[in-house]
Design a protein around this ligand. Structure first.
Ligand code: NAD
Length: 499
């Protein structure tokens, strides 16, 4: 059985821990590996290796870092297929989706290849007689990157690309459910020329995370996962004096106005809510049908969802694969029961299929209509292929619903009216907004992040915010004296800039 390795000081090593977690192939239901819960000594030696490597990496030239980032990019491109297969094997998403995960992760590396430009500070000449001011962006030190199961390569790259480019060293703690692709990715980074210790990887769960959050040598924590864990990671790390960004869960609404192109809206709802079996933080989980949109829309959505090709994502040509574990599949399916108990009606029941009976962890696309805001299926993040439909009277009601929801990751509107689209994007309380697009995940040269309980901290992930998160700014005010007779070397006693 494959046991996921650690990487410490550039060496691939197995944890000595006997504690661990099963790793499954969700398409077959077989246990295929184990994630060890690294010991405290192992986590501490990963941090120590990062501290040591930071002495050289933090002062390495921008040209050196840029060349390594270019070769990392090429290495990952060359190994896309191998990484995609590992992702699919443990996560269950289709092989096509896994390749796209790589592509979106590569965007972060491609952005960070421009690091010599991105780290340019500002300069003001002659702010007072003979005095110039400039700012420099310096690394913050050792950063901890803690990542979720649903993007085991893309999310680590979102964090690591800027972290490393900015001169920091890192300890990555990947998801215990999908460790293999993260391990292979780290190995490829070393093959591409990343010096030993600049990146370290420790397997584990809460106990490894707790050490990272409290260790004095960790300067910053970048986290993505569920909201309760994100909140607790944010609070603990901040209390321990660390800079933190902790991105959490989501409940993304797709609002369809009566004037929308119903074919496009239906296709978007199906792709966004059932793609990757709904295990995306940007997946639409609530379809808000405004006015008479519901009667035209719901039959189209149900028809498209019924026709989706569900099966082992590794075989190619599937629309969606299984959920990550059997427990998670059962939890997702339970919302179909709780929805009905609370008054929702089932339009499509994904349990009515042989696939649901195993051995894999499948649930076909499911749709519930007449869902109301107070219901459990609306309040919780389901994180699976269950789409809730809510009917409202007008755009104002739809906006109120989006804004009252505690999450604020993504929100989408489908409409042919520019004025309504404009009102929606200005008034909705979400960090990423789509107009007539299913999944408004920003391209790699913008930044990614939600509002409200979808992000704890100030700075978003990757892109320009990523550079801000992984650097500390210093402002230098300097004066050089001419060695000529009569130069005034007396400084004023009062504060302020003199002419
Ligand atoms: P999770 O919160 O269970 O785990 C995330 C990471 O935290 C993992 O590395 C895990 O080992 C660790 N962890 C788990 N419990 C912990 C605890 N009690 N203390 C400290 N660390 C702990 O999340 P998941 O199930 O792996 O991922 C799915 C969740 O991530 C969903 O809620 C999804 O919306 C969210 N997500 C958010 C984004 C985003 O950008 N906002 C992106 C992807 C996923």
């Amino acid at each position: 059985m494959n046991v996921a390795d650690n990487f410490i000081a550039g060496k691939r090593v197995q944890s000595k821990s006997n504690d661990g977690h099963s790793v499954w192939n969700p398409a077959t239901g077989e246990e295929i590996g184990r994630t060890p819960f690294s010991t405290a000594t192992e986590v501490e030696s990963a941090i120590a290796a990062a501290v040591k490597a930071g002495e050289d990496w933090g002062t390495s030239s921008l040209a050196t870092r840029q060349q390594i980032l270019f070769s990392i990019r090429q290495k990952l491109v060359d190994h896309t297929e191998e990484l995609a297969q590992l992702i699919t094997m443990e996560n269950g998403k289709t092989i096509e989706d896994a390749r796209m995960e790589l592509r979106r992760g590569l965007e972060a590396i491609e952005f960070s290849c421009g690091i010599p430009h991105l780290l340019k500070g500002e300069h003001s000449s002659t702010v007072a007689t003979g005095i110039d001011v400039h700012s420099i962006l310096q690394p913050i030190g050792v950063v901890a990157c803690i990542t979720p199961f649903n993007f085991p390569v893309m999310v680590p790259l979102w964090m690591l690309a800027n972290a490393i480019a900015c001169g920091n060293t890192a300890v990555l703690k990947p998801s215990d459910k999908t460790p293999s692709s993260s391990v292979r990715m780290v190995e490829l980074l070393f093959e591409a020329g990343l010096p030993a210790g600049v990146l370290n990887l420790v397997q584990g769960d809460k106990s490894a995370v707790d050490i990272l959050l409290s260790h004095p040598d960790i300067a910053a924590v970048s986290f993505i996962g569920s909201t309760p864990v994100a909140k607790s990671v944010y609070e603990t790390a901040a209390k321990n004096g660390k800079r933190v960004q902790a991105l959490g869960g989501a409940k993304n609404h797709l609002v369809v106005l009566p004037d929308a192109d119903m074919d496009a809206a239906a296709s978007a709802a199906v792709a966004s809510s059932f793609g990757a079996a709904g295990e995306r933080c940007m997946a639409v989980s609530v379809l808000v049908a405004v006015g008479d949109a519901a009667d035209k829309l719901i039959p189209k959505v149900a028809e498209l969802a019924k026709g989706l090709n569900v099966g082992d994502g590794a075989t190619g040509g599937r629309d969606l694969g299984p959920l990550v574990t059997g427990d998670h599949r059962d939890r997702v399916a339970s919302y179909l029961d709780s929805g009905v108990e609370e008054g929702a009606t089932i339009v499509l029941d994904g349990r009515e299929d042989d696939l649901y009976r195993g051995p894999g962890f499948f649930l076909r696309p499911s749709i519930m209509d007449n869902v109301k805001p107070g219901m459990k299926a609306y309040k919780d993040e389901i994180f699976g292929p269950v789409l809730s439909v809510i009917r409202v009277e007008n755009l104002g009601d739809a906006l109120e619903m989006v804004n009252e929801n505690p999450y604020g990751n993504g929100a989408v509107v489908f409409t042919e009216s520019g004025a309504n689209a404009r009102e929606f994007q200005l008034k909705c309380n979400a960090g990423m907004v789509g107009v007539n697009v299913p999944i408004p995940t920003p391209v790699g040269w913008f930044s990614f992040g939600g509002w409200k309980s979808s992000l704890f901290g100030d700075l978003h992930m990757y892109g320009p915010d990523g550079v801000r998160f992984f650097t500390r700014q210093k402002v230098v005010t300097s004066r050089w004296f001419q060695k000529t007779e009569g130069t005034d070397k007396v400084f004023p006693f009062h504060m302020g800039v003199t002419a």
